[in-house]
Design a binder for this molecule. Structure first.
Ligand code: FAD
Length: 337
């Protein structure tokens, strides 16, 4: 068996979280992970460390504390201004080897996945990818990650007995976002950055936000039609809570309520989510082809004769303006925030 660069005996009982930022704004998934790490650390009596890398990101430190970090390891350098896997992996690897945390959690974002894979190989440890839950045995310090596979048909529990750090990535929305506590403070530990331009083979020329959106991969889609009357904020909130994405029919796209990349249907994206929550949509053929492979379709429409009900597993006859807030309220009640 290949040994990790540091093992169980040397590992320090602490949970590290990669706190991902873009233009100095922390990603929501990182804050969700800090909250989860805080919860697990409280049970085990461990501290939580946020690893924050970037060019000028010190302003985000209090946010990391407010969301659960006890300590922030801060790496600031002009070469960290844009995410490059070489730069971030180099700095993170040195920081991890210096501190030897028992666990390291990352968001399953494009950059988080890229970094996690690279680090796992460098550290010769394992990586539990795209986990849907996490537990920590306070006695042994072993983490148990839950992963679903085979289209959700199998739920596997994974644990690393011998390798450290115990690395895992989590999709946005898997853990609830807790309210920040601005009274929390902690230590800021600067990380020496030994990067040189020659070490970076990736040069970011331009960043196009949103171009990477791929609705076809979304496990949950909350789709709004003309019937939502442009209120996509409620749908966005719902999609975030369900760990999914927002889609739309053609009319709201044509009317400029939402970007074209989110149009579902014949001239949009064809998807096969586990769940499609279809709100205020009549069920025209051009739209239905985009969701007919969904595992479960729930349709909400105030017209009992709406065509969409013929394609739905669950039919809710009602006004989206009443039904959606009620669903959100229930989700908040059950997630505790
Ligand atoms: C060549 C071609 C390609 C096309 N490609 C696409 C495509 O890719 N995707 C696509 O979506 N469309 C496409 N269309 C358009 C498509 O034919 C339909 O016109 C469109 O899907 C209708 O969108 P809708 O259901 O949101 O609107 P509508 O048909 O106007 O339906 C709105 C629905 O909302 C309900 N509603 C209204 N208010 C409420 C409320 N308060 N609460 C609950 N329900 C309410 C109504 O009862 C109604 O059923 C295409 C058309 C053509 C000709």
């Amino acid at each position: 068996m290949v040994k990790s660069l540091y093992g169980v005996e040397e590992a320090v009982n602490t949970i590290w979280v990669f706190v991902e930022q873009s233009d100095g704004v922390l990603k929501t998934v990182s804050l969700e992970l800090l909250a989860k790490a805080r919860e697990l650390a409280n049970g085990a009596g461990w501290p939580v460390t946020a690893l924050l890398m970037g060019a000028d990101v010190r302003a985000s430190v209090p946010i990391a504390f407010a969301h659960g970090a006890d300590e922030v390891r801060l790496a600031e350098h002009p070469l960290l201004a844009d995410f490059t896997v070489e730069g971030y992996a180099h700095v993170a690897c040195e920081a991890l080897l210096a501190a030897k945390p028992s666990a390291f959690l990352l968001g399953a974002t494009p950059d988080g996945r890229d970094l996690a894979g690279r680090l796992a190989v460098r550290l010769r440890t394992g990586l539990n990818a795209d986990c849907t839950d996490l537990r920590l045995d306070p006695e042994t310090g072993v983490m148990v990650s839950e992963v679903s596979g085979f289209g959700g048909g199998v739920l596997a529990l994974l644990q690393m007995q011998h390798h450290r750090p115990q690395m895992a990535t989590f999709r946005p929305g898997v853990f609830p976002l807790r309210a920040p506590d601005p009274s929390r403070h902690g230590n800021v530990v600067p990380i020496p950055v030994t990067l040189t331009p020659e070490m970076l083979h990736t040069h970011v020329i331009e960043r196009v936000v949103g171009a990477g959106l791929d609705l076809s991969q979304a496990p949950v889609l909350v789709i709004g039609g003309r019937g939502v009357e442009g209120d996509f904020d409620t749908l966005r909130e719902l999609a975030a809570r369900l760990g999914g994405e927002v889609g739309a029919t053609r009319p709201p796209v044509d009317e400029g309520y939402i970007e074209r990349a989110r149009q579902i249907g014949q001239t949009g994206v064809v998807c096969r989510p586990k769940l499609a929550l279809v709100c205020g949509v009549s069920g025209a053929f051009h739209f239905v082809v985009g969701i007919r492979d969904a595992e479960t379709v729930i349709a909400i429409n105030n017209d009992p004769e709406a065509e969409i009900f013929k394609h739905a597993d669950y039919c809710v006859i009602g006004d989206v303006r009443e039904v959606l807030p009620a669903v959100l309220e229930q989700l908040k009640l059950h997630s505790g925030c």
